[in-house]
Design a protein around this ligand. Structure first.
Ligand code: ATP
Ligand code: XMP
Ligand code: GLN
Ligand code: MG
Length: 509
């Protein structure tokens, strides 16, 4: 793979670490995140062109706090953000204290006299989120900014190209944060910005050819954006040796299986194999109610299907999936908490024989959409709403049965077709119907009902890491609710989910 200038972001467990990676990439520089536990080895081995130290929830004063051996940073331009700056101060001979003046939210800093990373910005407004603060900069470091409650809001050592900021330049609430990152990367670290979607495609095609050699690859495609882009890359790289496989696990939306075969087959003229495997998945899920168990079972059975058919599929040695960066992050790492096991990451069984190929593993969704456009995929594929691999399995709380799948499919169809016919679907990231695991009393045709409720959810998002409920007009919701209760047997109430992510997640399980 061609070498690109790389910025490593060392993750100390901060809320915004992925955002730092995104911001760097938006500036045209390749960036990756590495947990602090393995950062020193990676920096030694890969000699990145610059390093950014993230924020984090812990205090550098606690015993056993996340740490880094600063000797590996010798000669590498480094920017510490919040916890990163505090660690820099604590390890290099400065002084850090837990302060009585905690700063959360907006602050305005005063730059010190003279040129620095933070001097002469259009705005000195910044976003702060810290309880500890640096009291004294290490020897050789100059204090370049302060606020009325934080004496050391930024530090730098020009000779060593080391910088620290107490505020968060990566969040949009710091209006000139992008300028600070730009100055660090381009002016001080001397980077050029050689990373684009075009170069990503070239690199990946070369890497796939090298990994696969003369072998064959089973490409797991769902009709979704990620796997369509992944398949397009593989087909460009190795042509017919990429065998595309679509699994109908019975947990798809109404009409989806037919539609995927038509759109995908139509565009790629690819040898798409569709396997109808409903029996296998319903059997394995019978009686299971725990969300993580369901996810593991679905992930494992996907692989069973692939392995069972691998021989007839001309001996595929590799399994390609459209795994993205957020799937990896949410499935848990040494520093990030496990939120849910994505079927394609933590859900893979350890007995799997095929080797994994995941060309999109480091990308965010909007980056994948760009790559898809460059590869010439039609807009209807690139703009498709994400749909989770475990499908309705994570939208049916409690046991997954054929009957309950039917209820969700019907309600989902009504909800999404009403949104579409009213032109309300534009700008929505995802919209769906789910089924709750409770019953309530109603009255229909003068008869008592005791049935299950549907939850409708529609969210806006940029990358699925955060999301907000969509403001759907009440009269539309009223019509949709009435249609669902009237047309879907077994449903007697409809709720609309108003929760953002965080604190909720996009899917219910
Ligand atoms: N029904 C399916 N058949 C075969 N592979 C699947 C299926 N569902 C998911 N996968 C595999 O799991 C991966 C992850 O699923 P995920 O839903 O995150 O991505 P996607 O379906 O490709 O895109 P999107 O997020 O837009 O729905 C897919 O990229 C694909 O490789
Ligand atoms: O392929 C997938 N396998 C999974 O196991 C999975 N779980 C969630 N999702 C999708 O990921 C995004 C974030 O979802 P959550 O806010 O529910 O974690 C949303 O877009 C979800 O639809 C999944 N996709
Ligand atoms: N956002 C951060 O990095 C916070 C750092 C540290 N936990 C503090 O409270 O000061
Ligand atoms: Mg999907």
């Amino acid at each position: 793979m061609a070498h690109h200038q790389t910025v490593l972001v060392v993750d100390f467990g901060g809320q915004y670490t992925q955002l730092i990676v995104r911001r760097v990439r938006e500036l045209g520089i390749y960036s990756e995140m590495v947990p602090w536990t393995t950062a020193a080895d990676k920096i030694r081995a890969e000699k990145p062109d610059a390093v950014i130290l993230s924020g984090g929830p812990r205090s550098v004063l606690e015993p056993g706090a996340p740490d880094l051996d600063f000797s590996v940073l010798e000669g590498i331009p480094t920017l510490g953000i919040c916890y990163g700056q505090q660690l820099m101060a604590a390890r290099l001979g400065g002084r850090v204290e837990t302060s009585n003046h905690k700063e959360y939210g907006h602050r305005v800093f005063t730059p010190a006299a003279g040129d620095s990373l933070v001097s002469g910005l259009a705005s000195n407004e910044v976003w702060m989120s810290h309880g500890d603060q640096v009291l004294e900069a290490p020897t050789g470091y100059r204090v370049t900014a302060s606020t009325d409650s934080c004496p050391v809001a930024a530090i730098e050592n020009l000779a060593q190209k080391r910088f620290g900021v107490q505020f968060h330049p990566e969040v949009t609430h710091t209006p000139d944060g992008r300028t600070v990152l730009k100055r660090f990367l381009f002016d001080y670290a001397g980077l050029k910005g050689d990373w684009t979607s075009e170069s990503f495609i070239e690199d990946q095609i070369a890497a796939i050819r090298q990994t696969v050699g003369e072998g064959k690859v089973l490409c797991a495609v769902s009709g979704g954006v990620d796997s369509s882009v992944m398949a397009a890359l593989l087909i460009q790289a190795i042509g017919e040796r990429a065998v595309c496989v679509f699994v109908d696990h019975g947990l798809l939306r109404k009409g989806e299986a037919e539609q995927v075969v038509e759109t995908f087959g139509g565009h790629f003229h690819a040898n798409l194999k569709a396997f109808e495997e409903k029996e296998r998945f319903f059997g394995a899920l019978a009686g299971v109610t725990d969300p993580e168990r369901k996810r593991k079972i679905i992930g494992e059975n996907f692989v069973r299907v692939f392995e069972d058919h691998a021989n007839e599929l001309r001996d595929c040695d590799f399994l390609a999936q459209g795994t993205l960066y957020p799937d990896v992050i949410e499935s848990g790492s040494p520093t990030a908490a496990k939120i849910k096991t994505h079927h394609n990451v933590g859900g893979l069984p350890d007995w799997m024989r095929m080797k994994l190929i995941e060309p999109l593993r480091w990308l965010f969704k909007d980056e994948v959409r760009n790559v898809g456009r460059l590869l010439g995929l039609p807009e209807e594929m690139v703009e498709r709403e994400p749909f989770p691999g475990p499908g309705l399995g994570v939208r049916i709380l409690g046991e997954v049965t054929r009957e309950r799948v039917r209820m969700v499919q019907e309600a989902d169809w009504i909800f999404r077709s009403e949104l579409r016919s009213r032109g309300l679907h534009k700008g929505i990231w995802q919209s769906y119907a789910a089924l709750l695991d409770v019953r309530s009393v109603g009255v229909m045709g003068d008869e008592r009902t005791y049935e299950q409720p549907i939850v409708l959810r529609a969210v806006q998002s940029e990358d699925a890491m955060t999301a907000r409920a969509v403001n759907i007009p009440f009269d539309a919701l009223e019509v949709i609710a009435s249609r669902i209760v009237n047309e879907v047997d077994g449903v007697n109430r409809v709720f609309y989910d108003l929760t953002s992510k965080p604190p909720a997640t996009i899917e219910l399980e």
